[in-house]
Design a protein. Structure first.
Ligand code: GLN
Length: 471
């Protein structure tokens, strides 16, 4: 298991080089990705970049940018200049990005080497990476299972040992849930901490990019590089936007017990309870809390998100981007391009979103869901007067088998613990809390720590103590 911090130390000491690291990454991809399908594209020029980085370490040692020579994979809904950006959709199958997303530019400026683009659910809609137009991705812990989603390719790329870190996007859990299914650390920042410029928009009021890594310290490092105000995204926030969220020696954790009932795997609950015991043993306080509105999060999310999806995806019209199907007239071009270009889940959400925004139903659905969202924020603000961190499992189950979730609603229920975080805009960190046995395989499961707005640093500091420094 490789971490950025050990690689950095090895590169500086000259014990290992970026050239070796990138060559090893490309080799693992060649060996394993035929089965796993984590990558939609691999960038061979990474090797030439690695040679330059190796030379730079020889000359400058520790006096080099923090990510110099680190092989990193990026989800394919994030633009990398000159590279095909598909969003795992047929409609963008041949679309070449004309600029770098702000986060990609910042990663490159810090010396990172992008080795390839990772598979995902089409336009980030899903929780299993089964919705990709370019084949499913498999879980490296058990090839019969999904890696989670929608950033399943990024998670599998790290879990299979190809790269020490990958970038994903999280609209309703798409970094945290695959991290949980693949035994990784996954981080969803405070909304606005990270620029969305150059990310394919899914739900603009929910989307944030975040890292998938093998340690909390690595997640922190990548987040530090990517975060910060961006003139190209007016929703980015300065560090002092929210009141200071102090770091403490011991914390009060709140557990929404009423929320941990039907549909939650009993092994997950057991691991969660023993995680709570270990927190208590380390001197923290753990109390039960009531978050009645959090239970409405799933319903509100599946109205707000498709509404934003339906308007964001209107831009794929067969004229401006990607696939353009022939038609008898302009309307026919729109219809043909969108019918042929989008997969079933994307179409389902566009239909749903268009419905909830339509004149006759706006107040009944969209208006109400936004109201629930506002009240959830108030409920959370009250709760954070009493507790420092809210604790839940990241997902209700370990990785499920390919094809197991037969209908969309069953799949949507996977998101029960993650979507309230995006609806309210707070930060959350997922890291492994153990594993469960299924069919003779040990499958990882994750725990989720939720902090108040602007509490990203609190999550990193407690996460490093609990996870990175585990015995
Ligand atoms: N699984 C959730 C969904 O399908 C989350 C997706 C995401 O975060 N991109 O909407």
């Amino acid at each position: 298991m490789q971490t950025l911090s050990t690689l950095r130390a090895q590169f500086i000491a000259g014990e290992y080089t970026p050239t070796q690291a990138v060559a090893a990454a490309l080799d693992v991809i060649k060996q394993k990705d035929r089965d796993i399908n984590a990558f939609l594209a691999v960038y061979p020029e990474a090797l030439a970049e690695a040679k330059l980085a190796t030379a730079q370490y020889m000359e400058q040692g520790a006096d080099t940018p923090p990510l110099l020579g680190m092989p990193i994979a990026v989800k394919n809904n994030i633009l990398v200049k000159g590279k095909v950006a598909t969003g795992a959709s047929k409609i963008l199958e041949n679309y070449v990005a004309v600029y770098d997303a702000t986060i990609v530019k910042r990663l490159k400026d810090a010396g990172a080497i992008i080795v390839g683009a990772t598979n995902m659910d089409e336009f980030a809609m899903g929780g299993s990476t089964e919705n990709s137009a370019f084949g499913i991705t498999r879980n490296p812990y058990d090839l019969a299972r999904v890696p989670g989603g929608s950033s399943g390719g990024s998670a599998a790329a790290v879990a299979m040992g190809a790269v020490p870190a990958a970038i994903g996007t999280d609209t309703g859990g798409s970094v945290r849930q695959p991290a949980s299914f693949c035994g990784l650390v996954g981080f969803k920042p405070t909304y606005g901490a990270v620029s969305r410029y150059g990310l394919m928009a899914m739900g603009s009021s929910l989307d944030q990019a975040g890292p998938l890594t093998n340690s909390v310290a690595d997640a922190e490092l990548l987040h530090e590089v990517m975060q910060g105000v961006d003139p190209m995204d007016a929703t980015t926030i300065a560090e002092d936007t929210y009141p200071n969220v102090p770091e403490k020696e011991t914390y009060t954790f709140g557990v929404p017990r009423h929320f941990l009932q039907a549909g939650i795997d009993t092994d997950v609950l057991e691991a969660f309870d023993s995680h709570i015991e270990s927190l208590k043993a380390a001197g923290h306080r753990v109390v039960d809390i009531d978050l009645p509105l959090f239970e409405k999060g799933l319903a509100a999310y599946y109205i707000v998100m498709p509404a934003e999806v339906s308007s964001n995806l209107a831009r794929y019209d067969g004229i401006r981007y990607g696939l353009s199907a022939a038609g008898d007239n302009l309307l026919d071009v729109y219809e043909q391009s969108r019918s042929q270009g989008f997969g079933p889940e994307v179409k389902r959400r566009i239909l749903l979103g268009t419905h909830v925004l339509s004149a006759g139903y706006f107040d009944a659905y969209y208006g109400k869901a936004e109201l629930v969202r506002k009240k959830m924020r108030a409920e959370l603000a009250e709760t954070f007067k009493k507790v420092d961190i809210i604790l839940t499992p990241t997902a209700p189950t370990p990785a499920f088998t390919i094809g197991e979730q037969e209908d969309s609603v069953a799949m949507y229920k996977q998101d029960i613990f993650t979507v309230p975080v995006n609806l309210t805009g707070v930060p959350a960190l997922s890291f492994p809390m153990g594993s469960v046995e299924r069919a003779d395989k040990a499958l990882p499961i994750g725990v989720q720590y939720i902090a108040p707005h602007g509490g990203d640093a609190r999550l990193f500091s407690i996460g490093k103590k609990v996870y990175d420094e585990r015995p």
